[in-house]
Write a protein that binds this ligand. Structure first.
Ligand code: PGA
Length: 220
């Protein structure tokens, strides 16, 4: 099984992969993690059969099916003055600095689009190219971050990070199973795609998501 997944998707995708490998213990896996730009390159170079990622470009060469919602949230260290406040206006974040994902990241693209549509500017003090680095940076007080709620389970459970309640957030994105229309998928890739398509919902930690954003994933 040759699969490449977005940095942001890999937390969730590894849980899916673990179950898939329990059912198919003999399968050999190549699991690559990169950003949106790298993923599309992997598919083009035949370095992956399947991608799990955010919205891919619309082209007849790519088949894409939604498999899960992906809410982006603003994170702060525990104890931040805005933690616990409700419906914080976007404008109030003008005093904060942000650690943002790198150019080429799907998360970065959609945050930029969201802000441009609202005519809002945030101060980006730093760029980091993984969710892990951003989460750690936020914990250390380097700034606020905007990441997928699916990347946050451990930090939310331990209370090291909090999700701020900000007007118009979360930004709702979607994740897709992507493959090339011109290439026949191997039997194992087809089986994995079916598994993701039909069962991904069952692996969502709705208890943690609901506590962080007040809604179950399916209700967003
Ligand atoms: P990213 O993509 O890790 O490149 O930000 C994730 C996504 O598109 O959801």
């Amino acid at each position: 099984l040759n699969v490449s997944v977005a940095n942001t998707v890999h937390y969730f995708a590894i849980r899916l992969l673990a179950e898939f490998c329990r059912r198919r213990p003999k399968v050999r896996v190549s699991f690559k993690v990169t950003n949106r730009k790298g993923l599309l390159q992997n598919l083009e170079d035949n370095a992956a059969d399947l991608l799990l990622m955010g919205q891919p470009p619309e082209t007849p060469e790519l088949a894409a099916e939604v498999f899960l919602k992906n809410p982006l949230v603003i994170i702060a260290p525990a104890g931040h003055p805005l933690a616990g406040q409700r419906n914080v206006a976007l404008g109030e974040l003008a005093h904060e600095t942000f650690i943002m994902r790198e150019m080429g990241s799907g998360t970065r693209n959609s945050v930029e689009r969201f802000l441009a549509e609202r005519g809002v500017r945030l101060t980006i003090s730093m760029e980091m190219n993984t969710n892990e680095a951003i989460k750690q940076g936020v914990e250390e007080g380097l700034g606020l971050g905007i990441v997928s709620v699916h990347t946050l389970e451990r930090e939310l459970q331990s209370g090291r990070l909090v999700v701020l309640n900000v007007a118009s957030f979360p930004i709702i994105r979607q994740w897709f199973i992507v493959y090339r229309t011109g290439k026949r998928l191997s039997a194992i890739a087809t089986e994995f795609a079916d598994f993701v398509r039909n069962e991904a919902q069952d692996f969502v930690r709705n208890d943690i998501i609901e506590k962080a954003i007040g809604h179950k994933l399916a209700d967003l």
